[in-house]
Design a protein around this ligand. Structure first.
Ligand code: ADP
Ligand code: ZN
Ligand code: ZN
Length: 659
């Protein structure tokens, strides 16, 4: 009796054998139901074998799930994810498992795709855009990805859509990966306008189960011609795949931060190579990984150096000091004046501060006590409406104390400025101004973003106050002023990617100002105006800054000059974490005796040393040669696994985006 070897969705390294009952036609790639212990689970068949080493102790496959068999490409992708990211195979294959039908439904006839028409709503491409389109086309036969390096507002989207139109006209499918769909509600509309008659579907975690299943099926059957998706969409089968686009390729949200820590952009590159289809990575602020490859001519590169709207000019950038400048409520005099001038002219302003809540901490003026989370090594954030102290790393919330728990002093002062506090201060200064705050607290509902966008478009808003959510691809034509507060915080960060991220963020926020005919102005409050990141912003020159950062990383042997994997561990007791990491570090020493070019650094606490009651730490493994690191990792993981204690949760984060 034949045996199916199945990847089950649990954190185990082995596969599971089941016998195949008569009448079930089971092949590799089939999704099946079977028992694991007492639980019924969904697994993916990896192989068929004549017999099992477990003999007749194995259980039967119970049923086939009512979904299409996974094609070879997706099976290979899941295996690659397991191998490359050191992830248990069952969890890797689970990422590729189709959304299951709740119960069998009569299948609806697949709509017949129509040929795309030339869209009236789309622009004729300008010269730079046409050159970019040609570069993408010319790169394809050389199997080279293309970096579309275009400043904010340069019309990258129109280039993607033009390339998509060509691919679809040839009968192909297009995968368009974006960081977060709810942040760019207008993108779906732009796709529809530019590609009328094209069947486009979306895939993201916010979709209801039924819609997700339907859209997945449309993609996998070839009926959907364009798939607009967040990172999870990189696993969907696309039988006629002809083009992949990764928009905002530098965005951190392409990297999954728990479970299987894959990077959707990197998997998209893998798929493009395997399927031999063109891939476009678009950004105004490319990741340094992509940047160095383009510099080394491993990627083709197309630049859009100007904004697409000929009337739009780049904004002027001004730096104003914070310290000793007599700022009121965290806002400097020049920024107050600039806000007042915009209000007088009926123009819109955006004030950007990357902290939600009222104030980042609550402090006792007498003894220096600060409110901290009991479960995390972090300060509690002051929130208003309702008044609470909240932890931004766990769900902990509690009422504001009346007095200092250490010394009884009743003079507790909120320290620093969050979006709520700015909203209050700016509202008090300009009582007639219409102010809208945009942060995670105000955008919990599904269509909150579309509402804000409509308010801005209808000119129902004078001043927007918000976090980085406001930095992403919105197009607000009447916005002529951007104020940036608190950006210097990133310069103190221990995270090696902090300035790269800050540069990307500032370029994006600055790109919001003056998109149409009105000139824009950016005012950055900083005490370090000479820092490279601010000079790059003022000169509108990300390229020079990226080169500078790459040189720094090379000197420090940090990515992209090296490859890194992080062993991340957490446990309730610090001593358990320390003992585990010491052991893992020692194992690495034994394994590396052969001198293989991998460096492993002694254990250190994580930058957030305790989270949700778990003590955290890590060990970094690094090599300038990817092959060396990846030869080392599986051996290291196996050595760690046999010594691991049940009290410690651990995982390997390959190509971590921060440490
Ligand atoms: P990006 O994605 O590069 O930030 P967008 O694609 O959002 O830029 O384009 C910015 C604005 O320029 C949009 O309003 C878009 O409609 C407009 N636009 C794009 N291409 C052209 C063009 N060739 N002519 C005129 N306007 C254009
Ligand atoms: Zn006190
Ligand atoms: Zn907490």
């Amino acid at each position: 009796m034949a045996i199916a070897r199945v990847a089950m969705p649990i954190a185990a390294w082995q596969l599971f054998d089941y016998w195949i009952p008569d009448g079930l036609a089971i092949a590799r790639g089939e999704v099946v139901r079977a028992h694991l212990g007492s639980q019924r689970r969904i697994g993916v068949v990896i192989a068929i074998d004549p017999r099992s080493e477990f003999g007749d102790r194995v259980q039967p496959i119970e049923a086939m799930a009512d979904v299409p068999r996974l094609p070879d490409e997706i099976m290979a992708l899941a295996q690659f994810v397991s191998d490359y990211y050191q992830a248990p195979p069952g969890l890797a294959y689970a990422l590729a498992t189709p959304p299951l039908a709740a119960r069998r439904k009569p299948s609806s006839p697949t709509p017949v795709p129509r040929a795309p028409r030339e869209g009236s709503a789309s622009h004729a491409l300008n010269d730079a855009q046409r050159r970019a389109l040609a570069t993408i086309g010319a790169a394809a036969p050389r199997r080279s990805p293309t970096l579309l390096f275009g400043v904010t507002g340069s019309g990258k989207t129109d280039v993607y859509l033009a390339a998509a139109r060509e691919a679809i006209a040839r009968g192909g499918q297009v995968l368009l990966l974006v960081p977060e769909i709810n942040l760019t509600p207008q993108l779906e509309q732009r796709v529809e306008d530019a590609l009328p008659g094209v069947r486009a579907v979306t895939l993201h975690s916010g979709l209801a189960a039924g819609a997700r299943r339907e859209n997945w099926n449309a993609a996998a059957s070839g009926a959907a011609q364009l798939v607009l998706a967040t990172r999870l969409g990189v696993f969907v089968p696309l039988p006629s795949l002809a083009l992949i686009v990764v928009d905002e390729e530098h965005d951190d949200s392409f990297k999954q931060q728990d479970g299987v820590r894959y990077h959707a952009r990197d998997l998209a590159l893998w798929r493009a190579r395997r399927r031999d289809v063109p891939i476009v990575l678009g950004s105004a602020t490319p990741s340094l990984e992509t940047w160095t490859r383009a510099r080394a001519a491993r990627y083709a590169r197309a630049d859009l150096a100007e904004r697409a709207d000929a009337r739009a000019r780049v904004p002027t950038v001004r730096f104003v000091p914070v310290r000793g400048s007599g700022a009121r409520d965290g806002v400097s005099t020049p920024l107050w004046d600039a806000l007042a001038a915009r209000l007088a002219r009926g123009e819109q302003s955006l004030v950007f501060v990357n902290r939600r809540g009222y104030a980042p901490s609550l402090k006792c003026s007498a003894c220096g006590w600060e409110a901290e989370c009991a479960r995390c090594a972090a300060r509690l954030v002051v929130h208003r409406d309702p008044d609470r102290l909240r932890c931004h790393h766990c769900a902990h919330a509690r009422p504001l104390p009346r007095a200092c728990p250490e010394c009884g002093n009743v003079d507790l002062a909120p320290l620093g400025f969050g979006t709520q506090r700015l909203e209050q201060a700016i509202g008090a200064t300009f009582p007639a101004a219409r102010i809208v705050r945009v942060d995670r607290d105000t955008t919990r509902s599904r269509d909150a973003f579309s509402t804000v966008r409509r308010q801005v478009e209808d000119h129902d808003v004078d001043i927007l106050i918000g976090t980085q959510m406001l930095a992403k691809g919105h197009d607000f034509p009447r916005l002529t002023l951007v104020g940036v507060l608190g950006a210097d915080n990133a310069l103190y960060s221990a995270d090696f990617r902090a300035t790269e991220r800050l540069a990307a963020l500032l370029m994006q926020v600055a790109g919001r100002a003056g998109r149409a005919d009105r000139p824009g102005e950016v005012i950055v409050q900083t005490d370090f105006a000479g820092h490279g990141v601010y000079r790059a912003l003022a000169a509108h020159d990300y390229a020079a800054f990226a080169d500078e950062l790459v040189a720094e990383r090379r000197a420090a042997q940090l990515p992209p000059a090296s490859r890194v994997a992080l062993l991340v561990a957490e446990a309730h007791a610090r001593e358990d974490v320390d003992r585990f990491l010491d052991t893992a570090f020692a194992c690495a020493g034994d394994l590396r005796a052969s001198g293989d070019g991998v460096d492993v650094f002694p254990p250190v606490p994580a930058s957030l040393a305790r989270r949700r009651g778990f003590e955290r730490g890590h060990v970094l493994a690094q090599s300038v040669k990817r092959s060396a690191l990846h030869a080392f990792l599986p051996r290291w993981r196996e050595a760690i696994a046999v010594r691991a204690s049940a009290r410690v949760r651990w995982t390997l984060d390959v190509d971590p985006i921060s440490f």
